[in-house]
Design a protein around this ligand. Structure first.
Ligand SMILES: [Zn+2]
Length: 262
């Protein structure tokens, strides 16, 4: 079975001593591609470098809501420029978005909106971080009539919230939360939404699946997340794996351009 980790912070220093070993182990479990999101301009160089160092690694660039304060207009121009001269391995804009728990929504909003505009202008998929802000995300995507592809990464929320996002055409990122039996509300949502709206991710090193120490998450656990999702949906593991692979390829536009197979 082939797996793609749609969102993994593989550039983080937590992986420095064991990046190659983790990748090799994950590959034995079926991992073929992994996408590293960008969270702040200061890290974009590292994201690009790590993604370029290994086969099958791709990346996104963006400004995460937690880090908006350290950025300026000039950084948005730089972001825009990187999509103008888009490198082959740069496959999307993100992660950007809103977070009600950490930071201030009034401060985060203009950054999110500016990045939606850039994604629209350059027709690149948008990777969204949304924590207790699903209604706001739906509102802004509608208001801007954003017609590109959107991934609400690490989805957590109710079926009602999931349905609104899916109705709008968004994909929902399924991570470690699917493995936690106490996350019943989110699991209920992941059970009921159409299978073609789901995308697999680890968000490693964070969002540890059940049984994995906090901060020790890695792409090695992608298969465990898939297995939990298959359980939750009462679906066949292989079938579900194939569907989710198609979804992530559709999201990053790989069904059109095809990342070179190796
Ligand atoms: Zn993330």
């Amino acid at each position: 079975m082939r797996l793609i980790d749609a969102h993994c912070h593989f550039d983080f220093p937590e992986f420095d001593q064991r990046r190659r070993a983790i990748l090799e182990e994950a590959r034995t479990m079926g991992l073929s591609h992994l996408v590293i999101p960008g969270v702040r301009r200061a890290d974009w160089g590292r994201v690009t470098r790590v993604a370029s160092e290994y086969e099958g690694l791709y990346y996104c660039l963006g400004i995460h809501p937690w880090f908006v304060q350290e950025h300026s207009e000039e950084d948005l121009r730089a972001l825009e420029q990187s999509f103008e001269l888009r490198a082959e391995r740069c496959v999307g804009l993100g992660e950007c978005g809103l977070d009600r728990i950490r930071g201030n929504l009034t401060e985060q909003s203009p950054w999110f909106e500016a990045q939606i505009d850039i994604a629209a202008k350059y027709r690149v998929p948008l990777v969204v971080h949304s924590v207790r802000t699903h209604d706001e995300v739906v509102e802004v995507l509608k208001r801007k009539q954003f017609s590109g592809r959107v991934l609400i990464h690490g989805f957590s929320g109710s079926y009602q919230q999931a349905a609104k996002l899916v109705d709008l055409g968004c994909f929902l990122g399924v991570g470690g939360v699917a493995t936690h039996s106490h996350a019943s509300k989110t699991r209920e949502a992941l059970r009921k939404v159409p299978v073609d709206s789901l995308i697999l991710e680890t968000d490693a090193p964070d969002m540890s699946p059940s049984g994995v120490e906090p901060g020790h998450n890695s792409p090695v656990y992608l298969r465990q997340i898939l297995a939990s999702l298959a359980d939750v949906r009462d679906a066949d593991l292989e079938d579900l794996g194939r569907s989710l692979l198609c979804n992530v390829q559709r999201f990053y536009g790989w069904d059109e351009i095809g990342p070179s197979e190796r």
